[in-house]
Write a protein that binds this ligand. Structure first.
Ligand SMILES: *Cc1c(COP(=O)(O)O)cnc(C)c1O
Length: 366
């Protein structure tokens, strides 16, 4: 195989995007409201509207969004929160930081939390479920919502990876009592630094998020309950407003790359591509394949210039502080040895995507 450099991500702005972003940053420098400037509220309205939600609260990161989502529920130390075994560690940390007990459910073949596993783990101490739309594919919300209704549990959707995903017209960010989104630079709707959003339809919760994001104060004076400073910078909101406007283009470019992968790789028996239903849009945060001889494939792709990643090599329940937590992870333990994220980002050109596809084919045929 020939050699062609294919970076996993490219976070440099294109010249045209750079000039657009610089102009919105200049606006912030001109009005001088560097925190909680008008762009924060405009972004909140726009992201809530995009996600079909009544309310959004802009915060400093996706982790902050998750921590404050749970903090608003006022959990007790004996309360259990069930989440998936396979996610970025922020999901489990949000539970532990709220002094509640994380419980880890297994995943399905699509890498998302398995509703049957959740059902087995529910007990009298269970208060909430945090689902994750892993890789950008929506979790099974039909079943998760039913389970939460039947057992009187809060559903928090960690939609960090799934901005723009939808199923049957219902978009990511609209599921659960609360959804949390990360806008860190790697995510699909990305700031130029750390940023996040908390979405809900419940006005009482919205008011609480607004208080909790600024040290738990009302009007910056009266302390309701101790919290921390979790606000988003105005420049991030200004950038995110611009990027939300052009989000459709980014999504199309990623979908086009995915289509090429399906066209070229569907016939390769040794790798399984993400399953996408006809009424579903995958956010394509990552394009995660389940690959035989994964580590060998990864090394081979590296040797022909292709950068790949494993999101995530260690299950959350296997991380040292969580090893004693109750968990089901049979399927997750098998899959974590096979998952591989191949480049999908919007700055790839046709030749680069073909190089990835052809190199994978070549590896399995040789
Ligand atoms: C990125 C991510 C987070 C954390 O978001 P940050 O903005 O990096 O704090 C939480 N959960 C999931 C599933 C993520 O992918």
């Amino acid at each position: 195989m020939s050699y062609l450099k294919v970076p996993f991500l490219d976070l440099k702005a294109t010249p045209s995007e750079k000039s657009q972003l610089l102009s919105s940053i200049a606006d912030v420098l001109d009005h001088g409201q560097l925190v909680m400037g008008p762009e924060i509220f405009t972004f909140e309205e726009k992201v809530a509207s995009y996600c079909n939600r009544n309310f959004s609260t802009s915060v400093g990161s996706g982790t902050t969004a998750l921590v404050l989502a749970l903090k608003a529920l006022e959990l007790n130390p004996s309360d259990e929160v069930i989440t998936t075994s396979l996610s970025w560690i922020a999901t489990a940390n949000a539970i532990a930081l709220n002094n509640a007990i994380p419980v880890f459910a297994d995943v399905d073949s699509n890498l998302n939390i398995c509703p049957d596993s959740v059902l087995r783990l529910i007990n009298k101490n269970t208060r909430a479920i945090i689902s994750v739309d892993y890789t950008g594919k929506l979790a099974d919300f039909v079943r998760l919502e039913k389970i939460c209704d039947a057992h009187n549990l809060f559903l928090i959707a960690d939609a960090s990876q799934a901005f723009g995903a939808q199923r049957g017209g219902r978009v990511s960010g609209s599921y659960g009592h609360i959804s949390a989104i990360s806008h860190n630079p790697m995510k699909v709707l990305a700031g130029i630094g750390e940023a996040g959003s908390i979405l809900t339809d419940d006005e009482h919760l919205k008011n609480k998020f607004d208080i909790l994001r600024y040290n738990g104060t009302i009007n910056k004076e009266y302390l309701l309950e101790p919290s921390f400073n979790g606000r988003m910078d105005t420049v991030q909101a200004a950038v995110l407003i611009k990027r939300l406007c052009s989000f459709g283009t980014l999504q199309q470019l990623r979908q086009a790359n995915a289509s090429l992968y399906y066209q070229y790789l569907s016939s390769v028996d040794q790798i399984k591509l993400p399953h996408i239903d006809v009424d579903e849009t995958h956010a394509l945060y990552t394009f995660t394949v389940i690959a035989e001889r994964r580590d060998e494939l990864m090394a081979y792709l590296d040797s022909v210039g292709i950068e790949t990643k494993i999101h995530h090599p260690i299950l959350m329940c296997d991380q040292t502080p969580y090893q004693k937590c109750v968990h089901e992870s049979t399927n997750a333990s098998i899959l974590r040895e096979k998952i591989l994220c191949i480049p999908i980002h919007e700055k790839l050109d046709h030749d680069q995507v073909l190089h990835v596809a052809n190199s994978i084919k070549y590896f399995y045929n040789q």
